[in-house]
Design a protein around this ligand. Structure first.
Ligand code: ATR
Length: 271
């Protein structure tokens, strides 16, 4: 009998996780299958208990369930500090993890970008910014969070200060902030389809030693990444964060080394 895995969320029809994980299971000849399930926050607890009772191997959570899960599962310290769970393992009870920040870390590491000791400027202060800020601060980076709503940046920086170095501000001095940074991460929706001409910064703001990482992957090459290339900076696109957060979940569930290239191909095919 195949072990069932899944992603819960609402909306869920466009999730790329089933493609990605099923391709990995097929590649490794594992008797497993992965499906998408539409679950509302009100039904999350019942859905998780049902999945566990039916012998699911594990589940991923996406919008709008990641925060809700904290009150239901036994979350690890990183997921607790991020305030969101995206991976649940049923092996021992119902353990919750957050692999989003780790996905971002692996994406940069794969490109030879060092996080420890670097100055990282994160633009945006939503869920993705939160996961990346906690992970990178824990990994020894000095974090600046700049956000349109300044208070959200300051509040997030205060939280992140419990694990590392972080400060928060508005978007007024973005040019100077980028000038002093090694890594710029866009965690806003700027540049996402259909607003593909929008960007948080243009090439004049950037320098050739900079790494620009855009978590937006629709389109694959955003205006921000085009600007980065124009400035001679290193441009890193967001689809690999999706792949690596999935690969980390795969590791947690199966203990098996995930076939990252196969997972990447499956994600790109779906885009
Ligand atoms: P997620 O949880 O996926 O990170 P989110 O919580 O909706 O998404 O966060 C979106 C981020 O994009 C926020 O930081 C938002 O800024 P505000 O906190 O001021 O709303 C930022 N954002 C959205 N549109 C923006 C714009 N036009 N200019 C600058 N920042 C923008």
């Amino acid at each position: 009998m195949r072990t069932v895995f899944g992603v819960f969320g609402d909306p869920i029809a466009h999730s790329r996780s089933p493609n990605m994980h099923n391709a990995a299971f097929l590649e490794l000849g594992m008797e497993c299958t992965y499906h998408a399930f539409r679950v509302s926050p009100d039904n999350l607890k019942d859905a998780l208990l049902g999945a566990k009772a039916m012998g699911f191997g594990g589940v991923n959570l996406t919008v709008p369930l990641k925060q809700e899960a904290l009150g239901i599962v036994d979350a690890d310290p990183l997921a607790k500090s991020i305030g969101a769970v995206n991976t649940i393992d049923f092996k021992h009870g119902m353990k919750g993890y957050n692999t989003d920040g780790l996905g971002a870390k692996r994406t940069l590491e794969e490109k030879g970008v060092k996080i420890d000791g670097s100055n990282v400027l994160i633009v945006g202060a939503g869920g993705a910014a939160r996961a990346i800020a906690f992970q990178f601060a824990k990994d020894g980076a000095s974090i600046t969070i700049a956000n349109r709503t300044e208070k959200k940046a300051i509040d997030l920086a205060t939280d992140v200060s419990s694990v590392g170095l972080a400060s928060g501000c508005g978007l007024e001095n973005l040019k100077e902030l980028i000038h002093g940074s090694d890594i710029l991460v866009n965690c806003t929706t700027q540049g996402m389809h259909p607003n593909t001409e929008r960007t948080i910064a243009t090439s004049e703001y950037m320098h050739s030693e900079l790494t620009v990482f855009d978590i937006v992957y629709n389109p694959l090459e955003t205006r921000l990444l085009k600007e980065a290339k124009k400035a001679g900076a290193k441009a890193v696109s967001g689809e690999m964060m999706l792949v690596h957060q999935g690969a980390e979940a795969f590791r947690i569930w199966t203990g098996v080394e995930p076939p990252v290239d196969v997972m990447k191909r499956a994600v790109l095919e779906g885009l």
